[in-house]
Design a binder for this molecule. Sequence first.
Ligand code: HEM
Length: 457
Amino acid sequence: MTTSETAPGSASAPGTALRDLPPVRREDRGLPVLGRMLDYARDPVGLFASQWEHYGPVSPLRLPGRRAVMLLGPDACGAALQNRDKAFANGPAWTELVGPFFRRGLMLLDFEEHHAHRRIMQEAFTRSRLEGYAAGMHPAIESGLAAWEPAPGFRVYRALKDLTLDVAADIFMGGAEDSTPREMRRVNRAFIACVQSAGGVVRADVPLTRWGRGFRGRRLLEDFLRHYLPARRAHPGDDLFSQLCAVEGDDGRRFGDDDVVNHMIFLMMAAHDTSTTTLTTMMCHLGQHPEWQQRCREEALALGPRPGLDELDTMTSVDLVMRESLRLQPPVPVVVRRAVKDTEVLGRRIPAGTAVVVAVQFSHLMPEHWTEPERFDPERFSDERREDRSHRHAWEPFGAGVHKCLGMFFAGAEVKAVMHHLLRGFSWSVPEDYVPRMNNHSLPFPADGQPVDLVRR
Ligand code: HEM
């Protein structure tokens, strides 16, 4: 594609003249080395709004050591996510952000190689496999929640993080049979270290830095998985680890040991933090809106103690609350890309090598697409209203295009299964005026652990 034409499938009208990005205003230069990174960490939505106001949907952005562009609004974000002319790559962009800690995870592969790996991996996410995973989640959820000690100001984020790790150990690993709880806590910390590495300033294996901890974490996770790999190959169970060892694409290809380890580390990260944030946000809103908590509880009580996938699908109010929570606080507020050839979005030239920040969260908050976007209003997703259909890309917490989240239905099942047990076993409240202060250095989480007043029912 030449830069003087409109890209096939791009959002520009054919024949529209291309324009360069506007220059960065003096006040938008940010700090000398970090550019706008700290502004993003302090207030991502404020940064999105300011970029939108001053530059529109395709805005120049200062990031460390690289020419960058921020895409805002569903047209611009949709063009990059759909990536019709294959101008945007994931691998170089995500590697720069999360470093080497999730190397060769599915999200970091591109084009033909990504396609080949995705075709194999999706065999581990079919409806029938999900039914098995959903059925297997209940014991870990029950024993995890039994250990909770409810109190006023109970810090729910850490507790949910431990709970989702326990679920992952069962569903992903088939139980970590010879690991003690202490070792599992180290594994949890290793994940956290890998994820938190994204916000690291010193980008090398230096002790006591985020990256140093990330490298140690990655080594620990590799050892942990390699320890269990021979047993999963020899005696496959219903867990995701065994499935990754066994599944074949339609051309008969399977994953080798390195692929299995790399995919497992990425999958556990992809599943663990995102589900935790979703549950945490849902608990916050349900604690502030007792009428919704009651409505969801009635659905949970109408089901048996260990609902299967079909029964979880009947929890429609919980589903509305989940969608609304993902709108207001998407666990992945931005995704990143790198232009691998000269291209354009909405008539703006984007040269090869540009870092691209696709700010999906901003689309979730635009008054053009949502009524009173700041308000918690799950009914906006009801069949009668379906505000998410105001634009094909208005609601994209799971991304879009060939990299769209492979675990979307898994996440729905896990979140509903946990909510089912939470609603039956506990009730909780959160002060109406509580607004969690998010730590946005990598994936967002509430810096104060999100206190809720929790009681057992
Ligand atoms: C609410 C929970 C979740 C959210 C919000 C979420 C969000 C996302 C997003 C935005 C992407 C696209 C990244 C990009 O375009 O660069 C993605 C990709 C991915 N997610 Fe999720 N995710 C969630 C849960 C899960 C779970 C539970 C799993 C696995 C069990 C999972 C596995 C994946 C995989 C494998 C990819 C890469 C897909 C590809 O590149 O082909 N995710 N996720």
